[in-house]
Every structure is written in C-alpha cells, then in structure tokens.
Design a protein around this ligand. Structure first.
Ligand code: NAI
Ligand code: MG
Length: 367
C-alpha cells in the first residue's frame, strides 16, 4: 500500500518559515515512527501569483483534490494589496475551500498548562482545556437567499436569510459525531431552537444522526447559553457542533480562552473520499504576519499543531498526535518561548527554527 499523501502549500510571509518547521516534524515521524508520507509542495497565494499570474494554478487545485490532506501556511501581504480582487492571494484559499467543498471547520481551544497565565480567565478555569468547535462553513445566514438591501416604503431594509437543508445539517452533524468518536464521545449541539425554525430543524436532524452513534453522549444547548458556559466553565465541553454564524462567534471566543494567535491550529473537512478519509485542509488560524516575516520570529506551533490535527483526523494516528502535543507541552513547560509568548521583560525569545528544533528534541525524548 502506498504512503498517505500530503500537499504542502506554504504560501506567503511567515507561511514558508513556519512550514519549514512542520517539515522537520513530518520527517521525524517518517524516520522515527515508521510513519512515512508522500509529501509534495506547491504554491498558493501571492507566491503563486508571482509565478503563474493566479493565486492558485489549476494543476495545484487538481493535486489538492487528490491528496489525503492539504497543509497550508498563510497567504497575503501588503505587496499584493494593489491586485484586482479576482487574483488576490485570499482567492486561492477560497478556491481551495469551495472546490474541495470543505463544509466542516474545526477550531480547537486547547490550553497548554505552561501558558495558562496568558489567558484572560483564571488559570484553573482554562488549565488543561481541550475542546473542539465544529462550525458549519458553507451554508446558513452568510449564504441564504434572499439577501440584500432593499427599498421598503420610504426606508431601506437589510436582509439576510438563515437557511439550512436537512442534508447540510446532516453532513455537518456526521462530521462532528465522527470527531467525537475519535475523542471523548461527548458532543454538544448549539442553536436557538427556542426562537428559530432553522434551529428546530437543526436539533431534529442532529438528534436523528445521533442514533447512528449510540456511544456518543449528545446534548443540546441554546447558543447564547453556550457562549456563557464557554466563559464560565469551558471544560464541561468536548466537541461542540453549531451553524456558520454561531460557530464564527463561538469559535473566536473559545480560541481566545487560550491566548496567542501563534498557538491556534484549524482544520476544514469535507465529504469522505473513496479511501474513507475526509477531504481535508489543515492550517494555522493566523495570517502571513508581514510585520515579522523574514525575521525568524514567527511561532511555528500553530502550524505544527495543525499537522497534529491531520495525524488525528485524517490519518487515524491519535496516539502520535498526542505524542506531538505532549512534546510541545514539554518545550513550553521548559520555558522555551517565541517572542509572541512573552512579555518585554521575560528574557530572550527563541527563533522559529530553534522552537522547531526544541520540539524535535522533545519528540526524541518521548521514545
Ligand atoms: P496576522 O495573523 O498575519 O497577524 C496579526 C498579528 O499577530 C501580527 O502582529 C503578527 O505578527 C502576529 N502573528 C500572527 N501569527 C503569528 C505567529 N505565528 N507567530 C508570532 N506572531 C504572529 O493578521 P493580519 O496582520 O491581519 O494580516 C496579515 C496578512 O495575512 C494580510 O494580508 C491578511 O489578508 C492575511 N491573512 C491571511 C490569513 C490566511 O492565510 N488564512 C488569515 C488572516 C490574515
Ligand atoms: Mg471570525
């Protein structure tokens, strides 16, 4: 059987810098854990525009459709701000998401003990936190028709429509139950079934899908209460599934429970492929950080944690994902920090590549 395949798209700014550290980690798993991947690399964003005149070449798009997982760095930068909207770097990313039909966006909120002081919440509320928000990404109020600003009598009216079909809810729910099975078999679905018909349908469909996953403990919560509970006692949750709008807000809220942008990974999943793996793209939440690009200051952990998500959710290597996360935890506990994880008086930060090297050392020590 051939090795699982990964397409790496480093992109722009700090994208290539953090991706170089992910490459070290991928190579380590090949050399030390007998987990070899067929890795190819290509251009996206401004880097692709510079070479091809488009932010994503057709050949790259075709390759992304074939591989088991895409790993993306970040796209964009001031140099490309003058470009026409149709060829802006972000369009490369949007094309990937759209053509791969990545309808489930996974945003973890994971707090490494060593960084618990970084949170705006009390340490004991966030220490050890590890939850996952699944946000439906391709439907709901950001896409529903009718939409627009219309004349009505002698004033204007702004309209957006929350619209979900049963099949759209079902596939998002199924993705969330599959994740719950790979985690702690606990899922909370959030909507506003008390005031929205789309919420009533959402609750009905999620409950029905749940019958296929009897091992998963399913609960329902109104999304406004969910926001309160996330801040009050976030550790009560494991996987949360919700719609596009509530997910946008709740995932940003949950992510910030744990601190720095340089620590936040994400995944976007689509339908299962012939081999049973979902279409998948993994990427850090942060952008290309032009203010620190080229200086070796970027924190590579968000991108490395994105690869850990790939290990767990695309390659069924949950134990190896935990090994990698534990190595990162150890490095942080040892006080190793990139500049974004320290205050002005906290000593000397390590560089991007030094952080990568420390994580490799911790991986070696885990054997
Ligand atoms: P950004 O995420 O690139 O940077 C925001 C701030 O966080 C900056 O001060 C940056 O230095 C810092 N930062 C971000 N990632 C970091 C890391 N790994 N380590 C240390 N510090 C880090 O967002 P910004 O400045 O709004 O956007 C910059 C460019 O990136 C723009 O062209 C924007 O369109 C693009 N962008 C791309 C995204 C993507 O590719 N998914 C997402 C967000 C923005
Ligand atoms: Mg947002």
């Amino acid at each position: 059987m051939s090795n699982p395949s990964i397409l790496i798209l480093p992109g722009d700014g700090i994208g290539p810098e953090v991706m170089a550290e992910v490459r070290k980690v991928i190579d380590w798993f090949g050399a030390k854990r007998d987990l070899a991947f067929d890795v190819s690399e290509d251009l996206v964003g401004g880097a692709a525009y510079d070479k091809h005149g488009v932010p994503l070449a057709d050949e790259t798009m075709a390759k992304a459709q074939e591989v088991d997982a895409v790993l993306l760095g970040a796209v964009g930068g001031p140099k490309y701000d003058v470009l026409d909207f149709s060829v802006k770097p972000e369009r490369g990313l949007l094309r990937l998401r759209k053509e791969m039909d990545l309808f489930a966006n996974l945003r973890p909120a994971q707090c490494f003990d060593a960084l618990a002081d970084f949170s705006s919440l009390k340490k004991d509320i966030v220490a050890g936190l590890d939850i996952m928000i699944v946000r439906e990404l391709t439907s709901g109020i950001y896409f529903g028709e009718p939409r627009g600003i219309f004349e009505e009598g002698n004033e204007r009216v702004g309209i957006n429509t929350q619209r979900y079909t049963e099949s759209e809810i079902e596939r998002a729910a199924r993705a969330a139950f599959e994740l719950a099975m790979k985690r702690n078999k606990k899922l909370c679905s959030m909507e506003k079934a008390n005031v929205m018909e789309s919420g009533i349908l959402w609750r009905e469909v999620v409950t029905r899908v749940g019958q296929d996953y009897p091992e998963v403990e399913l609960s329902h919560m109104y999304a406004d209460n969910g926001a309160m509970q996330l801040v009050r006692a976030p550790k009560q949750f494991d996987v949360i599934v919700t719609d596009n709008l509530f997910g946008d807000i709740l995932s940003d809220c949950a992510a910030m429970l744990t601190g720095s942008l340089g620590m936040l990974p994400s995944a976007s999943l689509g339908a299962p492929m012939a081999n049973g793996r979902p279409k998948a793209m993994y990427e850090p939440v942060h952008g290309s950080a032009p203010d620190i690009a080229g200086q070796g200051k970027a924190n590579p952990i968000a991108c490395i944690l994105s690869f850990a998500m790939a290990l767990r959710y695309s390659f069924d290597q949950g134990d190896e994902a935990t090994r990698l996360e534990t190595a990162i935890e150890k490095v942080l506990a040892d006080g190793v920090r990139t500049a974004d994880l320290m205050g002005p008086d906290d000593g000397t930060p390590v560089s991007t590549s030094e952080m990568g090297d420390k994580i490799i050392e911790a991986l070696d020590a885990s054997l």
